[in-house]
Write a protein that binds this ligand. Structure first.
Ligand code: EPU
Length: 305
């Protein structure tokens, strides 16, 4: 959203091992570190936020594994491997700092299907895995075979798909951090995959303010039984929410579940507007919307152990 303050400490590991070292360094000094991925689903409060943030922005690696799935994440991505035909072994390994758009375009250029549903979703692989990013055409966990995580004790663990229970916008591994994943895709023709992705993106651009400064959908879609099958966007729209604004933060006229920073909105404008929208929907429809966007507040950030 181009909003929010600065942090006291920012650590920038470039590899999973460096990440683990950064995590332990913060904990040993009494801080519970926050992990910043692409920031696409995050709102950070204004001002200087005390504490430690670890960014995964330098952990940008995507490659075809030459090893079995169990060992794929141990492979050194800088080692050269002989080129293989695209019809062979359609798996990709991505570290958490890889952008979702580059994961999608790598698969598309190989003619590998399975990630088209993620087209147009911003952010990084780490956040996408942890949020089970996706939409009406599919979710990231549809094609995940293995994830590498750091657990609450700071240990690295590899979890196979069968050991995980991802749900709507939730990977079910609260408190852990995704450091990388192995994706299993399906070989199709390059033209087919490209055309499908382009069609989804066209449709998305028609209904969402994709190029504006937002943090994606603000609220999760409610239980259809409670909302007469209406999505959060439709519900807010039906309740008249599209006229709401605070400072330079407005409810998008294109899609009511997006808040857009039109110029110089502050984090306080956005958080207040989020509550305005939630109050309006509660009063007019009785539905309690649950926030999808995460908010980092100064008080939580300090969080000494
Ligand atoms: N609608 C309105 N008014 C609005 C907005 C939407 O009437 O202001 C109607 C639309 O016309 C459509 C229906 O509501 O009939 C659903 O809208 P849309 O197709 O945009 O889907 P959505 O349920 O609002 C979900 C995800 C999006 C994802 C899209 C497309 C959630 C909260 N949102 O949106 O994900 O891009 O499907 O697959 O699950 C995100 O998570 O940040 C996100 C943007």
């Amino acid at each position: 959203m181009r909003i929010g303050g600065r942090v006291e400490w920012l650590l920038e590991p470039a590899t999973p091992d460096e990440f683990v070292a950064a995590w332990h360094a913060a904990r040993e000094r009494g801080y519970e570190p926050r992990v910043l991925g692409g920031g696409a689903n995050l709102l950070v409060e204004d001002g200087v936020l005390p504490g430690v943030v670890i960014t995964t922005a330098r952990m940008k690696r995507i490659f075809r594994p030459s090893a079995t799935t169990d060992e794929a994440l141990d492979q050194d991505p800088s080692s050269s491997i002989a080129p293989r035909p695209r019809g062979e072994d359609p798996r990709l390994v991505a570290w958490c700092g890889t952008t979702l758009p580059s994961l999608v375009s790598t698969a598309r250029d190989l003619g590998w299907s399975g990630l088209e549903g993620i087209v147009g979703v911003p952010g990084h692989v780490g956040g996408g895995v942890a949020m089970n990013a996706g939409g009406r055409w599919g979710e990231l966990w549809d094609v995940i075979e293995l994830v590498r995580v750091i657990d609450r004790e700071g240990e690295l663990r590899d979890l196979a798909r069968a050991e995980c229970s991802p749900r709507y916008r939730n990977w079910g591994l609260e408190g852990m951090v995704a450091l990388g994943a192995v994706f299993r895709l399906e070989v199709q023709s390059v033209g087919e995959v490209r055309a499908r992705g382009a069609e989804y993106l066209r449709e998305k651009r028609r209904v969402q303010p994709v190029t504006e400064w937002s943090c994606g959908c603000i609220f999760k879609n409610p239980d259809p039984e409670l909302s007469d099958g209406r999505s959060a966007g439709k519900l807010i729209d039906d309740c008249g929410g599209k006229v709401l604004s605070r400072g330079d933060a407005i409810v998008s006229p294109l899609h009511a579940n997006f808040i857009v920073n039109t110029r110089a909105a502050t984090a306080a404008d956005v958080t207040t507007l989020i509550e305005d929208v939630r109050d309006l929907v509660r009063e007019r429809s009785g539905v309690e919307l649950e926030r999808e966007v995460r908010i980092w507040r100064a008080a939580e950030l300090a969080n000494p152990l």
